[in-house]
Design a protein around this ligand. Sequence first.
Ligand SMILES: [Zn+2]
Length: 348
Amino acid sequence: MLSLIKLPRVFNVHQVPKAFQEDSIISGYRHPRSSAIDCVLSLFQLTNETLNVWTHFLPTWYFLWNLMTVVCMQDVWNDAYTWPLLVFLLSCCVYPLASSCAHTFSTMSTRARHICFFFDYGALSFYSLGSAITYSAYVMPDAWVNSMFHTYYVSIAVFNTVICTAMACYSRLGLPFLHYNHDITERFPESQKPKLGKVLRISAFTYPYLFDNIPLFYRIFLCVGEGCTVNEANSLHIYHTLLAFLTAFLFATHLPERLAPGRFDYIGHSHQLFHVCGIIGTHFQLKAIEMDMALRRPWLQAHAPAVTFSSTLGAAMLCFVLSLGIIYHFSCPLLRSPAPSKASSCRH
Ligand SMILES: [Zn+2]
């Protein structure tokens, strides 16, 4: 029966275009013009992308289950205190789902690859905003509640989302129409200055992460005396922070495959480890947030500003719309290809 299904063949690094080549990964590449069905079938054979997809697709269901539990067990319609958690859990579902879709369909064409990863970057920015919204509501140390920083924290996080989605998209090809168009899909900075592209992309994700974590870092590493909010959640916050740094380290260094190119093509390369560490980190982040949310509820409801629609679900919707706008803007030149007729609807 299995022999009736013909799995797509895989290629080595010299057989695929430059845009598809990964640092120190020698084999296991899928065809650079795979059909959507071949992309889906490839999830059931071992290629260098298979575990990249599964390490984010399965956790999507874990976070979705957490989201459904909150929706079913808590009074989310009337209790505004739960809204930040809802936004966070939604962002925890969106980012691994977008990533697994991007990894699945990124080998349909060079253009599809770029557009897939634009969505991946937008989803990561959305997750960053989800973190900021929950930190504002549950994690901010007592001493900083109602401070000027607290007042503008979520607004700045929304602004960061826009800047960082745009910066991450820019890191692949440069500015739409100015640096690339439908038939030139490998322009500045990724091909001409690959290091600059990578630095820009790492900055686009580390900067909002560091900004979002200012209240947490102050609380667990710097604060002394009263108002520091020392509770059982602190150790979970520390686990999450350590995993976040390990995640960034793996993404930046391409270890272990850089030490032995070809040895980790299918199992154990840095991108898979980056996914796994990121997800475990998000799990600890969720547990820490839930613990702060439960332990601090009486104090926060008496002293902190009331949770509003605009600072939670409203901010998330704004971020969602703005990110889609940015992705559309960067994708437009790629969708304008004269060859496939379905691409003609994109106007600039
Ligand atoms: Zn990935």
